[in-house]
Design a protein around this ligand. Structure first.
Ligand SMILES: Cc1ncc(COP(=O)(O)O)c(C=O)c1O
Length: 392
């Protein structure tokens, strides 16, 4: 708890990097945030400039100039309602609702979908299982049953096996509430959940009356790399959560989409858990703006990332390996012996932020900041830093 507080204070960031060791990197690299329009970062979900208060408020000033209808009142009206409508359309769900955090969106979805049933089947590597402070157990009285330890994917067969095991082994039965899937999987370097398996699981859950929740914090990334539309993913699930700050530039917040019968219950529970904020538009308006071209931006990013990877892999100094079934996270290996701190510092002077090496590779996340510079130019800057940081 205190570690996390120290980190957040030190880093002063909203766009939390992908992996926990990125968090440690972030603490030392990113405090304080200094605005740099040309900055490329290889470990945040998006452009770090959105975490600069001056940049963020200027953007808001542009978006609000002359507009009279953007404010909300406790989440009702203005850009909040507009964002909710947009997301209902994007996911093909009846309704969507703004929720102050992804953690709250996940937890409330699980709570409402499962009703009095207590069991929730979930990836062992998921954010809900590992990174939500045991809220499902301690606040909502749910029992999380982990599947596929250390992996991003589980199969329908594994799910059935676990369901049968728990059903058969219980004398005093308590019901099955929800099956929850995270896609892409943050702790597995952005690995995708296999879509064919997802469809099979969805059909099985419908047949047996089990509810299905999607933690799609980075669902647009999944869609961009798999080619499967957000709507097709969403169709497999009863509820879908998407983060507003990871790829939509907002200072925070989440959206939860689903049937009206579920979504209409959410405001009451947001209030009960103390998350009912008077004004939410500064979050919603930024996300709404960045939602407009998200598919094109991420598709351009993916393409540029692939071109850059090809360039890197032709070089003598660096090599990028993709994650099997992955998205925008890869492993960068640096050949020969270099002083990594010097390498990182030299790149930072040129407005390029890299993570730190672990076991000889640097986890590297390709986000839209890569669109800011020419690939050859970027490689040239990396090679210059490499030559100066070489130790042998
Ligand atoms: C996959 C996943 N789900 C949920 C969350 C929670 O989001 P929030 O920080 O808005 O609570 C995160 C945040 O890092 C995440 O990566």
């Amino acid at each position: 708890m205190s570690n996390r507080r120290t980190f957040l204070k030190g880093a002063a960031i909203a766009a939390v990097p992908l992996m926990l060791d990125f968090r440690r990197t972030a603490t030392s690299l990113l405090s304080p945030v200094v605005y740099n329009a040309d900055e490329i970062n290889f470990f945040f979900d998006g452009d770090r400039n959105y975490t600069d208060p001056e940049f963020y408020s200027k953007k808001l000033a542009e978006l609000t100039k002359g507009a009279k209808d953007q404010a909300d009142f406790y989440g009702q009206g203005g850009s909040v309602s507009a964002l909710e409508q947009a997301f209902a359309g994007i996911t093909g769900k009846e309704k969507a609702i703004f929720v102050p955090s992804g953690t709250m969106a996940n937890q409330l979805a699980l709570k409402i979908l499962s009703g009095n049933n207590t069991k929730i089947f979930i990836q062992e590597t998921s954010h809900i299982f590992r990174d939500e402070a045991d809220a499902a157990q301690s606040v909502h009285g749910k029992r999380l049953i982990p599947l596929a330890k250390g992996l991003g994917n589980f199969t329908l067969e594994e799910l059935k096996e676990s369901i049968d095991y728990h059903n058969q082994g219980e004398v005093f039965k308590s019901g099955i509430g929800v099956i929850s899937i995270e896609n892409p999987v943050r702790r597995m370097d952005g690995q995708l959940f296999n879509f064919d398996e997802m469809k099979k699981i969805s059909a099985y859950c419908k047949e047996h009356g089990y509810k299905l929740h999607l933690d799609g914090a980075r669902l647009h990334i999944a869609s961009s790399y798999s080619g499967i539309p957000v709507k097709d993913y969403a169709a497999c699930f009863d509820t879908v959560y998407i983060s507003l700050y990871k790829y939509l530039g907002s200072a925070g917040g989440a959206i939860l989409c689903g049937d009206a019968t579920v979504i209409d219950q959410i405001p009451h529970w947001i209030k009960v858990y103390g998350g009912n904020m008077f004004q939410n538009w500064p979050y919603a308006l930024m996300a709404l703006q960045n939602l407009k071209d998200i598919e094109k931006r991420l598709s351009d990013t993916r393409q540029k990332g692939e071109e850059f990877t090809a360039l890197i892999n032709q070089s003598d100094e660096f090599q990028i390996s993709k994650i099997t079934g992955g998205t925008n996270v890869c492993d960068l290996t640096i050949r020969g012996s270099i002083d990594f701190k010097k390498f990182n510092d030299l790149l930072r002077e040129k407005g390029i932020l890299m993570g730190r090496p672990a076991k000889g590779t640097i986890k590297t996340l390709i986000n839209e900041t890569i669109l800011k510079r020419d690939g050859l130019e970027l490689l040239k800057t990396m090679k210059e830093a490499y030559n100066k940081a070489k130790t042998a």
